[in-house]
Design a binder for this molecule. Structure first.
Ligand code: GLN
Length: 390
């Protein structure tokens, strides 16, 4: 067989998706790969039924249907507080996974440097390698997951082409403050760097925290490539509808990358999701309340099980410290947890560039009854861990 591309030696399969397979194997409650076990709003499901009859079933315009871009521009103009042009400043993608890849390929040439905060959502490492970029990792130091300003300045001094900013952050649950965003933004201006954001959890921010958009900071729109998706906002992770928002000069190039990568997101789903974008503002407020309550329910369970964690401010993940149970492999610990305790988590080491093995990530985007059963099982962890051979 001819030799496979060297690029693929740089990364492994997704550990998050692997944990879902392990969870299924043991019939565990899957709190690893982050997706809800509850339905999208009924308006969206009804629209999907209607679309099955009425279409569209053929290609949409490659960069997204006119109606969807208009609806997205309207919603994002309101939430971001900056005016977005539906015809020039948006491209609809197959999830934010494609949005990030398109952004990286639009911004970077092979050999360019890209700053990535660590721990990071595992796709960014693979994205960088696939477009030939070289990551510079800047730690978000546990347990608070804050960055050191001097370290970030040192990274910018290496003249990166872009910085990736996941805010609210997966896996840490950190919501970057406006001061932190200004600090990052000022460095991006000083060193002429793109900021590529991943803001898929923009509407999942616990009270009293607030999501601030990098693109909306003074002077930042021109260098910010904002990626997001509708997956988390409307509980439709399988629909794969995401988007990139950026100035016209960036979007006209991003459209080319997107067109040749995927042609376009699924046309019927683009039509059906309009029902979500037409929901009133109260929907987003109730989403925030829903996840604030789910966080309380799950964290109370972790407290009762005597587990140590960093309280998330946004997204739907929590990093739990497992150092009292093991100083060995966190992957093995997660396998054991799925098999013996019946709850699946993601080993933290898959998110860290540094050698950190004492965290696992749970997500809490599940029905209350699922979370209640999960914490009941986790209450047995301490006792079961005593007989575990490390
Ligand atoms: N973003 C989700 C997570 O971090 C799902 C990842 C995926 O498999 N696409 O778990």
């Amino acid at each position: 067989m001819p030799k496979i591309s060297e690029r693929l030696n740089g990364f492994t399969e997704s550990v998050i998706r692997k944990m879902t397979r392990i969870s299924n194997k043991y019939g565990a409650i899957n709190l690893s790969q982050g997706f809800p076990d509850f339905d999208p709003p009924k308006e969206i499901k009804e629209a999907l039924v209607k679309v099955a009859e009425e279409g569209p079933h053929q290609y949409e315009i490659t960069w997204g249907s006119q109606k969807l871009r208009e609806a997205l521009a309207k919603k994002q103009t309101k939430f971001m507080g900056i005016s977005i042009d539906p015809n020039k400043e948006i491209v609809v993608t197959c999830g934010s996974t494609e949005a990030m890849m398109v952004s990286m390929m639009t911004a970077c040439d092979p050999g360019d440097k890209v700053i990535v905060f660590s721990p990071f959502y595992e796709n960014y490492g693979a994205d960088a390698i696939l477009c030939g970029a070289v990551p510079i990792y800047v730690p978000l130091k546990p347990p608070e997951f804050n960055f050191d300003k001097e370290e970030l300045i040192r990274a910018f001094k290496q003249k990166p082409k872009a910085i990736i900013l996941c805010n609210p952050s997966n896996p840490t649950g950190k919501v970057f403050t406006i001061e932190e965003l200004q600090f990052i933004g000022n460095l991006a201006k000083e060193y002429d760097t793109f900021v590529i954001t991943d803001e898929v959890y923009e509407h999942i921010v616990m009270k009293p925290y607030k999501h601030n958009y990098m693109a909306a900071l003074p002077g930042m729109f021109e260098r910010t490539i904002s990626c997001s998706s509708l997956s988390k906002t409307y509980a439709i992770t399988g629909w794969r509808i995401g988007y990139v928002i950026a100035p016209e000069g960036i979007i006209e190039n991003a459209k080319k990358v997107h067109d040749f990568l995927t042609v376009g997101a699924a046309a019927p789903l683009q039509a059906a999701v309009l029902a979500g974008l037409n929901l009133p503002d109260e929907y987003y407020e109730s989403l925030r309340e829903l996840y604030t309550k789910k966080r309380e329910l799950f964290l109370k369970g972790l407290d009762e099980a005597g587990l140590k964690y960093t309280k998330p401010e946004g997204a739907y993940y929590v990093m739990v410290d497992i150092s009292e149970f093991t100083n060995g492999s966190d992957m093995e610990f997660c396998e054991w947890l799925a098999k013996e305790v019946g709850v699946a988590a993601v080993p933290g080491s898959s998110f860290f560039k540094e050698d950190v093995n004492n965290y696992i990530r749970f997500h809490f985007a599940k029905k209350d009854e699922t979370l209640i059963e999960a914490v009941k099982r986790l209450a047995t962890l301490r006792e079961k861990a005593k007989s575990r051979k490390i």
